[in-house]
Design a protein around this ligand. Sequence first.
Ligand SMILES: [Zn+2]
Length: 339
Amino acid sequence: MKLTFVIFCLTTIVTSRQIPAAQNDKDFAANQEIVKESAVPQDTYENSCFEASSDEEEDGIIIDGDILVSKEQAAIYYESGWDGLVNSEAWENTKRWGKKIPYKISYSDKEMKDNPTEINKIVANVESSMKAIEDKTGCIKFSKASCTDFIRLKFNIGKDRKCYTTLGRPVFGNRDISLGYNCAGTPCRAMTPAHEIMHTMGRHHEHNRPDRDTYVTIYSKNTCPTQMKIVKGAATKGIEYDYYSVMHYSPGQCATSTHLSFSIKKSNILIHNVGQRKLLTDKDIQHIKAIHCSSMMMRLVGGRDNSEGRLEVNNKEVWGTVCSDGFDTNDANVVCKYL
Ligand SMILES: [Zn+2]
């Protein structure tokens, strides 16, 4: 019988890792303070640069709550599901966002003059979302777009805007993400931009996964059926269901005055943290890495916490245990740094 090699990562390494899915209000409060203290950056983009045309679809169709697609993309989505769309030419799959993503933050001079506090709150959330993705994946890098970046992720901020995104990496021009005061402008919504970024990088909502009925009970008569349906091809990537994902809706989404949209089937889940937008979870990061960072993912399972356990690797959406043969402390150190 082959034995598995159990890894114990050092605290100094663990602390640089993804904070576990927010377990209690204390975690949320601590993070909220971090968000409050973060510097509020200013958009210094030179407006004299060549302005790539906007791809925002004025006559597009919103699917599943906050995803704006063209009529062509919608037809593929309804016919072939999420994976069908992601892998179609309509998504420009061959030009999927890579590890370096130029971005631009856009708002009107008048709104900045009239409501600088509100604008800066959303700008801060955009910056903290990008930083969280950068720090926790270790492979994605956002950079302020220069005059020579003709392909950009563009955050359009405005008072009356709703929060939604268009999809994928364009051949040329902007990939637009819309952010409004009400849906992206508070510390508790700090990761709303990250939610939209992950859509445009290829991830669907957690509660739309094909296996979600194992984890939640949807009250279809008391919710928005189009937002809470199972989406064909919303790939799980072999990653466990994540109640605390920033890609999960809350039970209050589309709820009526007398009924929530869904209930939780598992025990020990803090329902008021389902639908949170304050922290990226370990599994959120695993999804990004699965698509953009590596052909292979690693995780530790069976330990007392996230810093120890049996090493598993993911290949083609299947997890398998690494055997101990030839695996030593040096190998473990490499794994800890990767994680
Ligand atoms: Zn969404």
